[in-house]
Design a protein around this ligand. Sequence first.
Ligand code: 4NP
Length: 159
Amino acid sequence: MISVLFVCLGNICRSPLAEALFMQHVNKQLLNDKFKADSAGTASYHLGELADIRTRNTALRISNLKLTHKARQFNSQDFLLFDYIVAMDKTNFQNIMKLRPDNAKAEVLLMRHFDSMIQNEDTIPDPYYGTDIDFEEVHYMLLDCTQTFLKKLNAKNKN
Ligand code: 4NP
């Protein structure tokens, strides 16, 4: 079983959506016995909360996804529990790396590096202070990135 943890700042906009979209691709491709996913935030502002209502509404409307994840904070144990930790932006990446133990198992990656349409970008923009359009753009961005990421993981672990 390959385990993936998606990480953003608050764990209420980007990473719970990335987790749900990734698992939707996994389910549709009948790969449930091969991949599992979770999400977390580097900050503790929203612990225990469901995803932001704008994220949930957009996820339901565009991808027929009901988000049920409750926000939790990223911690150094996650380096031992997951194979891959996927950060939404460079600040998340740096905050994750500050907690890296010597015996870390996880490989830390940037989500936007899996965008199939754009190269040289490293950020899934934080929509929290944005508009409904920003939430929609992030949704389509994560739809693409999670799909491409799964494709690469699956190809890598075929043998
Ligand atoms: P996320 O978005 O990191 O994608 O979950 C944010 C959510 C909340 C805050 C910032 C970003 N906040 O400052 O409360």
